[in-house]
Design a protein around this ligand. Sequence first.
Ligand code: UDP
Length: 334
Amino acid sequence: MVEKCIVFDLVLSEYPFPIAIAHQIVSFCFTSPFITAGSKKNIAHWLHHPNFSLRIHDVTEPIMIEVDQIYHLACPASPPHYQYNPVKTIKTSTMGTINMLGLAKRVKARMLLTSTSEIYGDPEVHPQPETYWGNVNTIGPRSCYDEGKRVAETMMYSYRNQNNVEVRVARIFNTFGPRMHPNDGRVVSNFIIQALQDKDITIYGDGTQTRSFQYVSDLVDGLHKLMNGDYDGPVNLGNPDEYTVKDFASYIKDMTKSDSEIKLLPKSTDDPSQRKPDIRLAKEKIDWAPKVTVRDGLKEAIRYFQSVLDESGEIIPTGPGAAKPKKIKIQEEA
Ligand code: UDP
């Protein structure tokens, strides 16, 4: 039985935290600099749980705490948010990961890093297996995130090889679900928020680029299995259900019965043209595969965003440029 685990996460919105129950005694720490990327309201239901404690801590600063497991999830993952402060983004993945690895080494904790499909860059291999090394621009607008996570992976295996730290690395593909920030700026929240308000659905580029979408509960299940399994190589966690962005826009428009127009905007720099996980390794090594269909997941997300709109009134979606995470009315009240 794991006595105590710690989760570093700043995008509170993405993970509904069943992990907290699974591990009996949990101390959650959140990095402060980007705290507004998520919402305290998302963890309101945990705050009075006897096994839960919340500490605000910047992962780029060292921390002294006794734990058995560390989930190092810290880092904004939405392009407009991680590009808003690229220096802090890279510090989170470099200094933050070194701090967590130092902690893991000192207290002999097992550490899981949430890496990303972005380490594959604009992939020339499709779908992407863990053995693919990637195609990343080292100096483009996405590099603070992509290269930060790539070197974070390197640090994980260096500490494993040199210091026997037990490591786990999840490469997370596009994930969505309730509790996402409505101004997250990524495609799922943007399209739903736009469609529900009959605003233009904004496609960056011609919409032929592809993404594959997984529902948040599948991801949490995968992270938990990976942490508690024996396999210590990188593992893709994603749903291979692939859509062009153009088809995805029409799909959301239909599901929401929206009168929105679909509008093409300029393509974002270095936007990957295709992305789909090869999840054979996850099936083989940790007996994991997604269970929730994109359609069922979208129904939940649409219901959630409708309730946010009902409470907060009009929401202007975040555009393609670098943007500071916004607070929304209902979050400030939390
Ligand atoms: N995208 C879009 N309109 C939006 C938001 C995103 O067309 O309002 C596109 C974006 O250019 C990319 C894809 O949707 O091709 C997925 O973008 P997202 O920001 O969700 O995540 P990414 O996978 O690029 O990190």
